[in-house]
Design a binder for this molecule. Structure first.
Ligand code: ADE
Length: 282
């Protein structure tokens, strides 16, 4: 379900990394409901297959998957070439796949640090480079990179904060370099978004605690991010490139130093939008 026009993306082809779970899953679902053919990619073939089966059950037959470790140059190359073989083009790339873990910066091992930088920064770079050189340089397209609310640093997840800030800068660079080829590149920075995948990543209920510290007094939903992603991919955003849309209901601006937002329910979820099919626990 989407607020955008039905069939807006009919005949369009999209790749969504991490498209089987969490925010990526909501992006996949919204693209499918708008008529796009979607290739989801991540490391786990098992998770991918579960998502493909779940979407097939609700009649979204336009989804296929390709297992890919985005840290590996050869795997990224084949993901793009295989997608082109399968569908003949790539209109949209959504770089959503990533990962991190909670740790003070001082306690990280080099291996842990490198893993997060390689997935979130290098993986995104490789995906953009291969999509551009194999297809978008000659045919145009739109790219959205999912980053994070790292605007005031990212204490306890400094590796991902550094990687996501770098992705924003990379986005700005290539949005200029690739403008002449009709390629738009933007970022979306989600605030605190609740999903089964995000919950499984932390051993404390970060969401209950977080909502008291947000001006919205609630956490966000994955489908509140996917709407922004689809907007940026759509023709409505044809003059938007090199920028970042924060999906956080002003969470990243909030500091209760002089002004406290008392509990309220004035930014409700839009309940009239039906939920996407439930994500199985994995
Ligand atoms: N999601 C998390 N880590 C990933 C990786 N290395 N490749 C693809 N998707 C991922």
């Amino acid at each position: 379900m989407s607020v955008l026009r039905p069939e807006l993306f009919k005949n369009c082809v999209a790749i969504v990394t991490g498209g089987g779970t969490g925010i990526g899953r909501a992006i996949t679902y919204e693209l499918l409901t708008l008529g796009a053919k979607v290739v989801i990619a991540s490391r786990s073939a098992e998770k991918l297959q579960i998502a493909v089966d779940e979407f097939a059950k609700v009649g979204s037959g336009n989804i296929t998957s390709i297992p890919c470790n985005i840290r590996k140059e050869n795997e990224v190359r084949s993901l793009i070439s295989e997608t082109l073989k399968r569908h003949g083009k790539i209109d949209f790339l959504v770089n959503n796949g990533g990962g991190q873990f909670l740790s003070p910066a001082a306690d990280m091992t080099l291996k842990g640090w490198n893993a997060v930088i390689e997935t979130n920064l290098t993986g995104t770079y490789l995906m953009m480079r291969e999509t551009y050189t194999q297809w978008m340089r000659d045919n145009g397209g739109a790219i959205v990179n999912i980053i994070a609310d790292m605007w005031r640093g990212f204490p306890m997840m400094s590796h991902t904060g550094a990687a996501r800030a770098a992705v924003l800068n990379l986005t700005k660079s290539v949005s200029v370099e690739w403008a002449q080829d009709g390629v738009r590149v933007n970022c979306v920075a989600p605030g605190v978004i609740q999903s089964p995948t995000a919950a499984a990543n932390y051993n404390v209920d970060v969401f209950e605690e977080a909502k008291k510290r947000l001006p919205s007094w609630r956490t966000g939903r994955p489908d509140e991010v996917s709407g922004a992603v689809c907007f940026l991919l759509s023709p409505a955003a044809r003059f938007i490139s090199g920028t970042c849309l924060n999906i956080d209901a002003a969470g990243s601006l909030y500091s209760p130093l002089f002004h406290n937002v008392d509990e309220h329910d004035k930014l409700p979820e839009y309940k009239w939008i039906p939920d996407p099919p439930k994500q199985s626990k994995l």
